[in-house]
Design a protein around this ligand. Sequence first.
Ligand SMILES: [Zn+2]
Length: 74
Amino acid sequence: MKFLLFVVVVLLGFWLWRSGRQNDRHADDPPAPPADPQEMVRCAHCGVHLPHGEAVVGRIGRYCSHEHRQLAEP
Ligand SMILES: [Zn+2]
């Protein structure tokens, strides 16, 4: 019976040691890489550069605003 208790204690200690190591590994993980750099596009009217996602797409190019799209593509 003493032997069984010894095995349980050893297993419990091993389990605690393992879970502690896993937590350490999480702490050592490198920080998440920064988001991918966004492609920059140039406004076809004024030439300002802006992220691709914020550009207004026109028939002949991309623009920084709806205003510039209307000025360039009446
Ligand atoms: Zn513009």
